[in-house]
Write a protein that binds this ligand. Structure first.
Ligand code: 5RP
Length: 228
């Protein structure tokens, strides 16, 4: 059996999703290495005359989209979007997700929630039977609340790690916040956990995207599987 080429899988999923974009759409652009393939492919379609407005969810995506000529709008200019393409760190059979591996979950969730359709593109490593058993759950926290929020999270049974850059300094989000990565020895039910997290003041957003996905595109060695 040939070893899967995960970069090819990402590209295949991205090309499938970009095929869903049509003239006149406002398109949300997520963040991460899989999305980079979609942004470049969308740039090629724009160069051939596709007429869209795009709202990026991170500084990195903005820079890449600008470099390939995609017309950009700022998030404050957006009221609703037609379609958002984004990646994920984990996805389960219900198409619920963990996102935020790249630290852009706040903007990603705002854009996803304002979109008529959320198309998630992943390689074949991302589908899992249950969320919260492997990939740590990122939460975005305002800096002055790190202590009180961490205390509340530990009381919920979470192991809490402040995300840091390779040089040891804390990772800072595009909104100037911090990311805590949560692990669970006994993973809770995602819906209940989401409710508990949303009740903690100072915790700005969490990386559970529940009931938001319209279409999941899984890149495979040959082609792509689509789940709706
Ligand atoms: C960033 C995200 C990304 O979509 C997620 O981390 C997947 O990234 P990649 O495509 O590089 O695996 O949620 O906040």
């Amino acid at each position: 059996m040939t070893k899967p080429d995960f970069e090819k899988e990402k590209e295949r999923a991205a090309l499938h999703a970009v095929g869903m974009v049509s003239d006149g759409m406002w398109v949300g652009l997520g963040s991460g290495s899989t999305i980079a393939y979609a942004v470049r492919a969308l740039g090629e379609r724009v160069a051939c005359g596709l007429d869209i407005q795009a709202v990026p969810t991170s500084r990195k995506t903005r820079e890449l989209a600008a470099s390939v000529g995609i017309p950009l709008r700022d998030l404050p200019d957006a009221t609703h979007l037609d379609l958002t393409i984004d990646g994920a760190d984990e996805c389960d059979p219900r198409l619920d997700l963990i996102k935020g591996g790249g630290g852009a979950l706040l903007h990603e969730k705002i854009v996803a929630s304002a979109s008529r359709r959320l198309v998630i593109i992943v390689d074949s490593r991302k589908p899992v039977p249950r969320l919260l058993h492997a990939f740590p759950l990122p939460v975005e926290v305002i800096p002055l609340a790190i202590g009180v929020v961490s205390f509340r999270l530990r009381a919920l049974g979470a192991g809490v790690t402040l995300r840091r850059l390779p040089d040891g300094t804390p990772f800072v989000t595009d909104e100037g916040n911090r990311i805590l990565d949560l692990t669970f020895v006994e993973p809770p039910e995602p819906t209940e956990l989401a409710r508990s997290l949303e009740a903690i003041p100072g915790l700005v957003e969490h990386g559970l995207f529940l009931g938001m996905t319209s279409t999941l595109v899984i890149g495979r060695n040959s082609g792509a599987d689509v789940e709706i």
